[in-house]
Design a protein. Structure first.
Length: 319
């Protein structure tokens, strides 16, 4: 019996719809402050705070402009990140060039939102500039928690929402290096279980010691087994500040020194006749504290490797 094929005519209106290219899906994002922004499609013309740029560029997402917190010597976030050809539209919290932002015609302005302080970063929270920027493009803040691991995972998901390939060989290699660095650190800590570390930011007349739970990298390291000297402070404070006369009250075998500033933190301590008496300074058991600026796996792995080497070569000091 011959096979009969039934043909049906497609209605003209449906045929027209089928012939049209699929439109890009809407892009919706709810930021750390709970603000929801919806755009017709994922944004491509992005002005990013330096922390955001450092996180997104490894995923192949290059902003058209960058908001920095200061000149490069005071803003470590973009160390090792290729920002060639990307204009800087701000060199400080109160130095945002709104006209430069306008001329770049961005789809969106992306900064970070500090969950603890409940504030947008990069000076975009200031009422006057916020109003001007919001009239140009919507502002969103990636949530900044007290864990760099969590922040990096948040950025990976965010990059994927923008259409980035988050599974490249390069990215996987950087993540593998990071994972290996964590395991090596944990192993080193089992060999030196009694070492106490302190993270500090020295100044001309005093030294401020960090509360580890407030800072993403310190909180991560503490979770992996690093023992920190933790000062007694007010519940809402992230530091305690000591005069140089009391620097030896910091009971630590290793000092990690804030590396965000143009001048060397170690040089600041060594230039102080009292500060240089701290046992960790005398024993040369000091290292860098990458305070709040790490935003990609490659940078984090490098810092953890340096910390591990410091722990391996350090010894318990007399109290």
């Amino acid at each position: 019996m011959p096979l009969k094929i039934m043909l049906r005519t497609v209605p003209p209106a449906l045929a027209l719809l089928l012939s049209l290219p699929a439109s890009a899906a809407e892009w919706t994002y709810t930021d750390g402050a709970g603000t929801t922004v919806t755009l017709p499609e994922p944004p491509t013309r992005i002005i990013a705070h330096s922390t955001v740029a450092a996180a997104l560029i490894p995923y192949g997402i290059r902003p058209i402009g960058i908001l920095r917190d200061g000149p490069p010597s005071l803003d470590r976030t973009l160390d090792g990140v290729d920002v060639t050809g990307i204009p800087v539209v701000s060199r400080g919290w109160f130095e945002i060039d709104a006209e430069a932002v306008l001329n770049l015609n961005p789809d969106i302005i992306i900064t970070e939102y500090a969950l603890a302080e409940q504030i947008y970063q990069g000076g975009t929270n200031e009422d006057a500039i916020s109003e001007r920027l919001s009239a140009i493009a919507p502002i969103v803040g990636i949530p900044r928690s007290n864990s760099i691991v969590d922040i990096l995972e948040t950025y990976r998901d965010f990059a994927a929402s923008l259409g980035a390939d988050t599974d490249t060989d390069q990215l996987n290699a950087e993540k593998a290096r990071f994972d290996a660095s964590v395991e090596t650190l944990k192993s080193a800590l089992t060999e030196k279980p009694d070492l106490i570390l302190a993270a500090a930011s020295p100044g001309g007349s005093a030294i401020s010691v960090a509360v580890p739970s407030y800072f993403g990298e310190l909180n991560d390291w503490q979770g992996w087994g690093v023992r920190f000297y933790s000062p007694h402070v007010d519940p809402d404070s992230s530091y305690t500040t000591l005069s140089w006369e009391n620097v030896t009250d910091i009971k630590a075998d290793i000092l990690l020194l804030d590396d965000r500033w143009e001048s060397s933190a170690l040089a600041t301590i060594e230039a102080n006749p009292i500060g240089k008496r701290h046992p960790a300074i005398i024993a040369h058991q000091t290292g860098d504290w990458p305070a709040e600026w790490i935003r990609n796996y490659a940078a984090y792995a490098a810092e953890i490797e340096e910390l591990t080497a410091l722990i391996q070569q350090s010894e318990k000091l007399a109290d």
